[in-house]
Structure formats: structure tokens, C-alpha cells
Design a binder for this molecule. Structure first.
Ligand code: GUN
Ligand code: FE
Length: 432
């Protein structure tokens, strides 16, 4: 093991939100330490000159901020709205994780597939089972993926889950045991993330206790918020019946102290200005999952509106609400959703999202949300070498009339048949 050098066009996110194109670029890294040593422009131009199709494209590995490992085998199936989909399709799949060899096989498939799509960091829900989550961590360690993983916490009988749910105290203890064993393990590649599923499956006591232990240990927390209109009404009625006077689902998280700088709120489609202010004040992050929002008929998240409220927004696949582990697919649906939001808001048009913006968000933006902005998310000396090598198919070279950043990204986002992801490195080790 020694120094390794990759060459190609580099698409490199910068801290100011821009993306730089380094034509005829190179990245050198140390395979032992996994750190990038040097990034730059080759002195000599290739003989092909600016002919794009013969040259690799190098990008930093994607960060997928939201996904569910046990759900991958259910991708693209049984589309229904959220609550019936969970009851009839997803919960029966997730309880299969009580079979540890099935859990191991599924986790292996999930991580390997994610890597093949160029994702080097995943933030993922496991199942409700402590033992299966332990196995999932074991597999993540063996594969060497960068991951935040959490045991799903649920202590409220929604009359939908097919198994008996563990008590609040068991949810907390199992999560803490797993956190103790796995947090910051495998040279810091693996992190524990507290995972109260959503307010419908958690009692106020579980939400409160989770907030308290997670914040005490400075852990990240992930949950779902305001994904679907029926879900919102269902949650509100559950908490009202227990005499928790809360005007909105965001107030449930506010009241339980679950909001905070290390809290990732998936979906967030239907939020009032008051709720946006609570989220902004707390420093919580929103994770946009547009593929899932369309597949489950949840709706269209107004990305620009949340940006104007100065809330940090990241991107995730939400497999299997989203059917694809490809972050390029997520980027396409992020842009297309922003066009729909623009179309349906005649009185308040929001400018559509641009390819560079969504690419930046899925790399350095998502990394920054995880407090990993100085470690991953772009290709700069001193950072970990999480690198994706992309080979354009020469026969499709006529799609590239220009060599601008935008045109290269448009190809990658909209025309997946015109290239192949040829190799993927995580902390300097070749994983695909
Ligand atoms: N809300 C609660 N659980 C889930 C889940 O598994 N997927 C999605 N999309 N939303 C949820
Ligand atoms: Fe989800």
C-alpha cells in the first residue's frame, strides 16, 4: 500500500456553495492513512483535448442522509399512502429482521448496492431489533462503509405493528448498549444515531427520554416529521387524547426537547411559518426525500421556502419510500420537484433548483450537516479519500456539446445510461 493517483475531470464542491471543475485533474491519496495528499491540474493536456467521453469524471462520494436498511427488498412495491403502506407492506418486512441471517444478508446487499451507486456515507434506520442492529453494524464494519446507523425506537401500539413493542425503558437501554459498542468504531467510520421512528410510534415519555440521553451523549437523532396529511392528523389525535396540548407535530418534538442542532427531520412537507421558526431556532436540519414523496403520494416539499427561512436542508433516498439507492436519482427528483412547486405556487414563484446546487447539497452540504464538512464531501488535501470514478460511455459523446460544469452534471443527473460508475473509494480503500 502506498500512494495512489486518479486522473480525470474533477467536480469539486467548495465551502462557499459553488462547484469547481478541474479539467485534466488528478487526486493523489495515501492508501494507508486514507487521506488525500494532493489535488490539482495535470501539466499536460490529454491528446484528446477537450473530448469529454474518453475521460473519467471524479467526484466526492455521496452522503445519503436518510434510508431504511430492512426496507430495500420492498423497493418499488405496493405504493400506497404512508400509513397503509407501513402497515401492510413495510412493518411485515421489518419484523423479518428477527432472523439474524436474513438481516445480515439484507444489510450486505444494502451497503454494497449503495456503494455501487457512489454513496460512501449512509445515515440509516435499522429495525426495532437490538440483535439485528448489532449484525447490521458488524456488516458495515466488514464492508468498510461510512455510516450512521440506529435501532428503530417504537413503544406505542399504533394498532398497525404486527409484533409486541418493547417498553420505553427497553428501547432506551438497547439503543444505549448499541451506542456504547459501536459509536465511533472502525476508525471513526461508524457512528450511532438515536432513531425514534416518528411521533405516531413513540410515547411522549420515549421522545423525552431519547432527547435527554442523546443530547447528554452528543449523539445525532433522526426521525420523520410532517410527511403526509393523514399521518399529521393521526399523530395530532393520538397526542390530544393523552392531553398533550400541542398545536402541531413540530410542537410535540419541541415539547419533548427532541429538536436541536444534531436532529435530522426527514420529509417536512407541511410546515407552518411557526413550525419553520421552531426548526430554525433549534438548529434542526431538514432532510428532503423527493423520490419517496412522489412514490407515496406524500406531496412536494417547498425547498426554496425553507431556504428563505435559513434552515439547512440535506437530501436522502428514503429507501424504500424512495425506490432507488442512487443519489443521482434523488438529485433529478429534487430538481423536478422544485419545478412542480414553482408551477403550483402561481402567486409566489420559487426559482427552480440548479444542478450545481443539488450536487453540492448531496456532497459537501450533507457532510456539513453531519459535522463532517472538514473530513469528507469534497476532494481537498487532508480530507479522507471518499472518491467516485465515473466513466462516460464513448458512444454517447454526442450528448456533450459543451464541457461546462452544468452540462456535465445534467448528463450525470438525467442520462444515467450514458456513463458507468467504475470504482468507489472510501477512506482510500477501493470498495467497488
Ligand atoms: N414514517 C414512519 N416510518 C416511516 C418509514 O419507514 N418510511 C417513511 N417514508 N416514513 C415513515
Ligand atoms: Fe424514512
Amino acid at each position: 500500500m502506498g500512494k495512489k493517483r486518479l486522473e480525470g475531470k474533477i467536480l469539486n464542491p467548495n465551502v462557499d456553495g459553488s462547484v469547481e471543475l478541474i479539467d485534466n485533474g488528478f487526486v493523489e491519496f495515501d492508501e494507508t492513512t486514507g487521506k488525500i495528499l494532493d489535488v490539482g491540474r495535470k501539466m499536460q493536456k490529454n491528446v484528446e483535448g477537450s473530448f469529454i467521453s474518453s475521460e473519467n469524471i471524479l467526484i466526492p462520494g455521496f452522503v445519503d442522509l436518510h434510508s431504511h436498511i430492512p426496507q430495500l427488498p420492498g423497493a418499488a412495491k405496493n405504493a400506497d399512502e404512508l400509513l397503509p403502506w407501513l402497515k401492510n407492506h413495510i412493518f411485515p418486512l421489518e419484523i423479518k429482521f428477527s432472523d439474524l441471517s436474513y438481516a445480515e444478508k439484507t444489510a450486505r446487499f444494502f451497503f454494497n448496492e449503495a456503494i455501487k451507486f457512489g454513496t460512501t456515507t449512509v445515515v440509516a434506520y435499522s429495525s426495532i431489533h437490538k440483535e439485528a442492529t448489532d449484525v447490521v453494524f458488524e456488516v458495515a464494519k466488514e464492508i468498510g462503509i461510512r455510516a450512521f446507523i440506529g435501532k428503530v425506537m417504537m413503544d406505542r401500539d399504533m394498532k398497525r405493528y404486527p409484533e409486541e413493542l418493547p417498553l420505553m425503558s427497553r428501547n432506551i437501554k438497547d439503543s444505549l448498549d448499541l451506542a456504547k459498542k459501536w459509536h465511533n468504531s472502525n476508525n471513526g467510520l461508524l457512528q450511532y444515531i438515536f432513531t425514534p421512528r416518528f411521533a405516531a410510534s413513540c410515547t411522549m415519555r420515549l421522545l423525552e427520554k431519547t432527547a435527554s440521553v442523546a443530547k447528554e451523549g452528543e449523539f445525532f437523532i433522526q426521525t420523520h416529521l410532517a410527511e403526509n396529511q393523514s399521518e399529521i392528523h393521526f399523530i395530532k389525535s393520538l397526542f390530544e387524547r393523552e392531553r398533550h396540548r400541542v398545536p402541531t407535530n413540530t410542537h410535540i418534538f419541541k415539547k419533548s426537547n427532541l429538536l436541536g442542532e444534531k436532529t435530522l427531520l426527514a420529509h417536512c412537507l407541511y410546515l407552518s411559518t411557526t413550525e419553520l421558526q421552531l426548526i430554525k431556532e433549534s438548529g434542526s436540519k431538514i432532510v428532503h426525500c423527493p423520490t419517496s414523496n412522489i412514490f407515496l403520494q406524500s406531496g412536494f416539499m417547498p425547498f426554496r421556502r425553507y431556504q428563505y427561512h435559513e434552515i439547512q436542508i440535506g437530501l436522502g433516498t428514503d429507501v424504500a419510500g424512495g425506490y432507488s439507492l442512487s443519489m443521482f436519482n434523488t438529485l433529478r427528483d429534487t430538481i423536478e420537484t422544485s419545478k412542480i412547486v414553482n408551477l403550483i405556487n402561481d402567486n409566489k414563484p420559487y426559482p427552480c433548483l440548479r444542478p450545481e446546487e443539488v450536487f453540492w447539497t448531496a456532497t459537501l452540504g450533507n457532510a456539513t450537516i453531519l459535522n463532517l464538512g472538514s473530513k469528507i464531501g469534497s476532494l481537498h488535501p487532508g480530507k479522507d479519500a471518499d472518491i467516485v470514478v465515473i466513466k462516460p460511455e464513448p458512444s454517447f459523446s454526442f450528448y456533450n456539446s459543451s464541457n461546462s460544469i452544468v452540462n456535465i452534471l445534467e448528463n450525470l443527473i438525467y442520462l444515467p445510461h450514458t456513463y458507468k460508475i467504475s470504482s468507489v473509494y472510501i477512506a482510500g480503500k477501493k470498495k467497488f
